[in-house]
Write a new protein. Structure first.
Length: 135
């Protein structure tokens, strides 16, 4: 269904590729399902306790080029698009994937940045507060 799951110690990271309804543009959604709230059975990113778009996680200086790579109306050779997208995801997304897998990771500066740039539902808020986080 266009989703990928990476189970961690305290959370499952969910990445989802979403096509725009208005053209050949794509978005990458990022979610965390906190295992302390309940077991994860391949949750949809829209059901995750923490949700954001990867574009919100990318550095401001990199965001325009990242968004161009996800817009198929912009002609970029496939091999170049593939290479640049992998490079951007490796450099910009990997740190958030890594910190999102554990509560200790969420307490780091990258983890705090992830929390600040995301939507956190009520269950997620209550879980993090009960785990010692100040939101």
């Amino acid at each position: 269904a266009g989703s990928w799951y990476l189970p961690g110690t305290d959370a499952v990271v969910v990445l989802n590729l979403q096509k725009s309804n208005y053209g050949p543009r794509y978005y990458i959604n990022f979610g965390l399902w906190f295992l302390g709230v309940g077991p994860a059975n391949d949750p949809k990113v829209t059901h995750c306790h923490l949700q954001t778009r990867v574009e919100r996680l990318v550095d401001d200086s990199c965001r325009p080029s990242f968004e161009r790579l996800l817009d198929l109306e912009i002609e970029i050779p496939d091999a170049q698009r593939h290479e640049q997208l992998l490079h951007a995801l490796e450099g910009q997304l990997r740190p958030f994937v890594q910190v999102g897998q554990t509560l200790a990771g969420l307490a780091t500066p990258d983890g705090r940045a992830l929390l600040e740039r995301s939507l956190l539902d009520g269950d997620g808020q209550r879980f993090l507060v009960s785990s010692g986080f100040t939101l």
